[in-house]
Design a protein around this ligand. Structure first.
Ligand SMILES: Cc1cc2nc3c(=O)[nH]c(=O)nc-3n(C[C@H](O)[C@H](O)[C@H](O)COP(=O)(O)O)c2cc1C
Length: 162
């Protein structure tokens, strides 16, 4: 059965809270999901093409990723792996008042995955802290929709094989 992998980066807990709620919702709906708070490159490379990667991260510093996602970022930069077959989508929490650094860390991670051959399921979801008090209100439907779509695609492919 296909699975959803949630890679989470959070500093003050908003992205963490929303991801934990999404993880619980997946479990309630019988969707196999696992959450990684400090994912490694090995975790990323182990995701099979039948699974889906959801990255949920906030932005810190001057457009940087939270600490938990930086080892992955550095390993991607060092090893530049081919990511053909990886299917992913990204949700980035930020604050528009940071101007050109708005959501930058997550957007960069998203672009790197795309550049290394992964399939982006949809454009990154950007969540502005000034506009959205409860990021989980946006992240929950976003994650559940993507998982439902991927599930239907997998089922159609399976039926096509029989
Ligand atoms: C020290 C600090 C630096 C931040 N830097 C940025 C930034 O460069 N770009 C941005 O879009 N948001 C920035 N933010 C806003 C956070 O990303 C935003 O508030 C987010 O909702 C925090 O999520 P978290 O609680 O999961 O860390 C910053 C917030 C703090 C406290």
């Amino acid at each position: 059965m296909s699975k959803v992998h949630l890679f989470v980066g959070s500093v003050d807990g908003a992205a963490e809270y929303a991801s934990t709620s999404l993880h619980a919702a997946f479990n309630n709906q019988g969707v196999h999901a696992c959450i990684y708070r400090r994912p490694s490159i090995e975790d990323l490379l182990a995701i099979p093409p039948t699974d889906t990667l959801l990255i949920i991260t906030s932005t810190t510093g001057r457009g940087e990723l939270p600490l938990g996602l930086r080892p992955l970022w550095r390993s991607l930069d060092d090893t530049k792996p081919a990511l053909t077959g990886l299917r992913y989508a990204t949700a980035v929490l930020g604050d528009r008042s940071y101007g050109k650094n708005y959501c930058l860390g997550g957007l960069r991670l998203d672009s790197v995955l795309l550049a290394f051959g992964a399939t982006r399921l949809q454009a990154p979801l950007l969540i502005d802290a000034e506009q959205t008090n409860n990021p989980e209100d946006v992240i929950m439907p976003w994650g559940l929709d993507i998982a439902t779509q991927q599930n239907s695609t997998a089922k159609r492919a399976q039926q096509g094989n029989h």
